[in-house]
Design a protein around this ligand. Structure first.
Ligand code: MN3
Length: 203
């Protein structure tokens, strides 16, 4: 079985003006597609073909770098498309809101920590909100296409929210202004999906 590019759950222009249509189209149809194609090539004929992308990530130290880079790329982008939505943003509700307040002090304090993690990731990578094994929340960032599911990650947990801070995610519209892109990201976060992931992680 080979991995496939997931269909975007909205139109390329749906996240305008925060994320522009041209960026979304190239990001999904070219960048993510390349990770999927290269992942399939890297695992062709190996036992990894029968595994889920989560299982591959959790044992990533067993695999060549091509699997780490492209498998991470596939997992990360699949999550990213789903935790964004048109007419979204606002703030989390219910148990996730309570957990964020408990861990970070307030939603505003969480936003500051997350934005800081995104802004200070040198070069290419991702910032994350994760549920750790002890069920507490944490904010962290990873380089390149690594993620906190990977056994080689410095910060480990199940990602429930992530932002792509590779230049390909924002450069056409924001050029070098990564902090402006991170600020705009709050307007497109699909908190219903983040909450769903949180609840699943807490089970
Ligand atoms: Mn990307």
């Amino acid at each position: 079985m080979s991995f496939e590019l997931p269909k975007l759950p909205y139109e390329y222009a749906a996240l305008e003006p925060h994320v522009d249509a041209r960026t979304m189209e190239i990001h999904h149809s070219k960048h993510h597609q390349a990770y999927v194609t290269n992942l399939n090539n890297a695992i062709a004929g190996t036992e990894a073909e029968s595994l889920s992308i989560e299982e591959i990530c959790r044992n990533i130290s067993k695999y060549p770098m091509a699997v780490r880079n492209n498998g991470g790329g596939h997992y990360n982008h699949s999550l990213f498309w789903n935790i964004m939505a048109p007419n979204a943003g606002g703030s989390p509700q219910g148990e996730l809101a309570e957990a964020i307040t408990k861990q970070f002090g307030s939603f505003e304090d969480f936003k500051t920590q997350f934005a800081q993690a995104a802004a200070t990731r040198f070069g290419s990578g991702w910032a994350w909100l994760c549920v750790k094994d002890d069920k507490s929340l944490c904010v962290c960032s990873t380089p390149n296409q690594d993620n906190p599911l990977m056994d080689i990650a410095e910060c480990k947990g199940l990602p429930i929210l992530g932002i792509d801070v590779w230049e390909h995610a924002y450069y056409l519209h924001y050029q070098n202004r990564r902090p402006d892109y991170v600020s705009a990201f709050w307007n497109v976060i699909n908190w219903d999906e983040v909450s769903r992931r949180f609840s699943a992680a807490m089970k």
